[in-house]
Design a protein around this ligand. Structure first.
Ligand SMILES: [Zn+2]
Length: 315
């Protein structure tokens, strides 16, 4: 019996047939390493670890790539607040990620690339997008020209005009259209920066995954996974970037896990129901947490509310 996977690109269950017989190229979006990961983040790490193990059990040779985002706004703000540097912060939370992942039985990826170690590949990918007429420079920033890419919105099933209604321009952004998104951000004082043909700056978040997946897995990959919250804009942007750069289909099977709720509510710091994997591991056995994550279908929401646990203070 063949493996059936629900593909978010086609919204159908399809038999899984890899591009190369006997091999699977699999990319999963990894953590931004500015803090401990929370139990909502743990869900994709666990469910896609299980899929990887199942593919191996079926006899496939799986190359599993999961990146570390080690440069972005959150990293910069946290490093400033703690009086440390971005590379030191990244080093610390990559080590903490590995401890918690190991405790939860999540195997290390085949390759775990860091954005800051792949800046030349990121710059080359942006250059190809620009050469193909889908990006432009504006005051040292580089933006993807969404209106030049008619297929934009294919994964999230929304038209450009609907997406435009919800788009906003952040302070300091100099883009032509609210839908456009940054591929490269010009250097600001006190921020890490690298050389590029457009001046010193740093990569945007979305382009990292496009550049690193094609570097380690090729221009067309079998499976790309992540949380459902990444469908738009992150994965929509990844598709536009990769296909605009390479002129080939990017991903054959898109898989997204559902949300993890706490006491039936969305986890958030402001609701006081925020729980890191580290804190959960102090309270519950790791195998119980892993079993819990696998107790619902990965695409369904799952509700974390074990007996004896409540975010509300005791009366
Ligand atoms: Zn990604």
């Amino acid at each position: 019996m063949s493996l059936m996977l629900y593909n978010d690109l086609t919204r159908k269950k399809e038999p899984f047939v890899p591009l190369k017989e006997g091999e699977v190229s699999f990319y999963s979006c990894g953590p931004t390493v500015y803090d401990y990961f929370h139990i909502g983040n743990a869900r994709p790490f666990i469910v896609f670890d299980v899929l990887r193990r199942w593919l191996e059990h079926l006899g496939y040779k799986v190359t599993f790539v999961q990146n570390f985002t080690d440069i972005d706004d959150k990293m910069i703000h946290r490093a400033h607040r703690e009086g440390t540097t971005v590379p030191e912060l990244a080093e610390r939370f990559i080590a903490e990620y590995r401890k918690d992942a190991k405790a939860l039985g999540i195997r290390p990826p085949t390759v775990a690339p860091r954005a800051t170690e792949n800046v030349p590949e990121i710059v080359a990918t942006i250059q190809r997008i620009m050469d193909n007429g889908h990006a432009y420079v504006s005051s040292g920033d580089v933006y993807f020209d969404v209106r030049s890419w008619p297929k934009y919105g294919t994964l999230c099933r929304q038209g450009l005009d609907d997406l435009e209604a919800g788009a906003r321009v952040e302070v300091g952004e100099k883009k032509r259209d609210p839908l456009d998104f940054a591929l490269w951000k010009a250097e600001k004082p006190g921020e890490p920066a690298w050389d590029s043909p457009w001046g010193r700056g740093r990569p945007g978040w979305h382009i990292e995954c496009s550049a690193m997946s094609s570097k380690y897995l090729g221009e067309t990959i079998d499976i790309h996974s992540g949380g459902v919250d990444l469908v738009f804009p992150h994965h929509e942007n990844e598709i536009a970037q990769s296909e605009a750069a390479n002129g080939k289909p990017f991903v054959r099977y898109w898989l997204h896990n559902g949300f993890l709720l706490i006491d039936s509510e969305k986890m958030s710091k402001s609701l006081g129901n925020f729980l890191t994997a580290r804190a959960a591991l102090e309270k519950y056995p790791p195998l119980a947490l892993r079993f819990f994550m696998l107790s619902a279908h990965y695409r369904s929401p799952i509700n974390f509310a074990p007996p004896g646990w409540s975010r509300r203070p005791a009366a």
